[in-house]
Design a protein around this ligand. Sequence first.
Ligand code: FAD
Ligand code: 5PR
Length: 370
Amino acid sequence: MHAEIAGAGFAGLTAAIALHERGWSVRVHEKEPELRAFGAGIFIWENGLRVLHAIGAYEDVVQAAHQPPAYESRRNGVCTAFERINDGNRYRLLTMTRQHLYGAILKSARRAGIEICAGSEAVGARPDGVLQLADGRNVPADLVIAADGVRSPVRDSLGLIGERRKYQDGIIRVLVERADFTGGPWDHVIDMWAFGPRVLRVLYAPCEANQLYFAMMAPRDDVAAALPVRPAIWASCFPDLAAAFQRIGMRGRYDVYETTRLDSWSEGRVAIVGDSAHAMPPTLAQGAGCAMMNALSLAETVADGADIAAALQQWEAQERPLTDHTQARAAELAHTRALSNGMQWDDIGLRAALHVPTGTLPEAYAQLER
Ligand code: FAD
Ligand code: 5PR
C-alpha cells in the first residue's frame, strides 16, 4: 500500500510515520523549500504526548520541553484560576517552541527513512487516488492525504469546505529571551488579561532553552496594538513584563483566529486531516493535538488496506465527535473571551486533553518515567 501526502506539518508527518510503522510506503510533499516551523511556542497536552510516544518522538520532545508546575489566570492583576499541573495530578501539559516539537517529529520521520520532497507543491487531488502537483505530475496512490493546512488547495480542489469563520481578536506570537524571568510564578504558564486602559492579553509561557513564548492578543481593530509591537502600550497593561517587551523588536507573527468545518473529511481515497479539515481557535491549545490524533487514527483505521473509502468514513465517524466538540468549545471561548474569567478546568474544555487517542499504546505509555 502506498500513500502520497500533501504537507509536512504536524499532521502530515504524523500520518507518514504512523503509516510507515504499519508497513505502508509513503511520500510527503512540502511546498516550502525548507522543512521548519516558524518562531512561536506551542502547548502540548497529554493526548498529544501520547501520540508523540506512538510515533517515536516522545523522548526527544520531553527531555527538553518545559514542564510548568502550575497554570494561572489573572484578570486586571487578580488571580481568577490556579491549577497545579504536571506533578502527579490529572493534567499534563508541556510548553515548547514549535521548532523543538517539529524537530523531534522530523527526526523520527528521518529515522524511519521517510521520503520528504521539499519544494514540492500540491495543487489538487482526484477521489480515485491521485495527487496533483504544481510541476504537472499526477502521482497515483492507494491513499492521498491532504495535510496542507488551513488554506488547503487539495481540499478546495474537491469542493469540501462547509463553513469558515473569523473572530474579533487576533494574536501576535513571539519568542524572546527568558533572561531573569525564572523561579516562582515565572516558571508557570500565566494567562494575563487586562480590560483597562484597553483590552489586551498576554499568554506567558516559558519554553525550552531559555526562551519565552508570548501570545499577545488584541482586538483586530486596535491598530496601535498591531505589529510591530510597541513596548509602551503593552507595558501600560502588564508592567511586570516591560523588560521582556523591550526585547521583541521587529519580531512576531500576527494571525486572526479562524475556524474551518467540512461537510466530509474524505472523498473516495482522499483524506483531509489537521487544520485543512478542522482549524480551530487556539483557546484550548488543541489544534495540533487534534491534528496529530486524527493523523494517527487515520493510519490505524486504514492500516490493513481493505476498502480505503469505507475505512475513511469509519475513521470520521469514530474520531470526529471529539474534534467537533473541542472545536466548538474553542470557538465559544474565542467568541466570548471567557478565558478572561480563568481557564475552566472541566471535562467540557479538557476532554480532548484527557482522551487516550486511537492507535496509541496506553500500557507502554504508563510505564514511562516522567
Ligand atoms: P500546518 O501546521 O499548517 O502544516 C501544513 C503544512 O503543509 C505546512 O508545512 C505547509 O507549508 C504545507 N503546505 C501548505 N500548502 C501546501 C501545498 N499546496 N502543497 C504542499 N504542502 C503545503 N495547537 C496546539 O495543539 N497547541 C497550541 O498551543 C497551539 N497554539 C496555537 C496558537 C495560534 C495563535 C494558532 C493560530 C494555532 C495554534 N495551534 C495550537 C494550532 C496548530 O498550530 C495547528 O492546529 C497545527 O499547526 C495544524 O497542523 P497541520 O499539520 O494540520 O497544519
Ligand atoms: N493557548 C495557546 C495560545 O497560543 C493561545 C491561546 C491558548 C497556546 C493564543 O495564541 O487562548 O488564544 C488562546
